[in-house]
Design a protein around this ligand. Structure first.
Ligand SMILES: [Zn+2]
Length: 127
């Protein structure tokens, strides 16, 4: 979960950690050697990563709880918040935290299931 860095040969993204700075790193996609600059802002990346991990843990717990308790609004809010954090990480050229990714999936599943159940109840009331 480090900094996303675009390969100059194949344009695909690779993940760099602070120990890669100033070194030549082989691209995992094309195998080409990529010279990593000496100065990359890993302090900000690692601080943001710690923040995302805490947030991901909380959102994952809420996503699982709302799935089990059939709480549609909570699932929808967690889905929205996790998606926001994931896109922010991408914008800041960081890998998204796996906890956030899992929270988003569980919240999305919970939202869809609960929405279908609500629609089912609504249809049963009408007919
Ligand atoms: Zn490459």
């Amino acid at each position: 979960m480090g900094l996303l860095y675009r390969c100059s040969s194949c344009e695909k993204e690779m993940v760099l950690e602070s120990y890669h700075q100033g070194r030549s790193v082989p691209c995992p996609w094309c195998g080409g050697d990529e010279d990593v600059p000496q100065r990359l802002d890993f302090e900000t990346v690692y601080a943001a990563r710690a923040r995302d991990e805490t947030r991901g843990r909380t959102l994952l717990a809420i996503a699982v709880a709302s799935l089990l308790l059939a709480c549609l609004p909570a699932s929808a809010v967690v889905w929205w918040m996790a998606a926001g954090s994931i896109s922010m990480a991408r914008e800041e050229q960081r890998e998204a935290d796996p906890l956030l990714l899992n929270a988003r999936v569980i919240a999305a599943v919970g939202t869809v299931i609960h929405a279908l159940v609500w629609v089912g109840f609504a249809v049963m009331r009408i007919t």
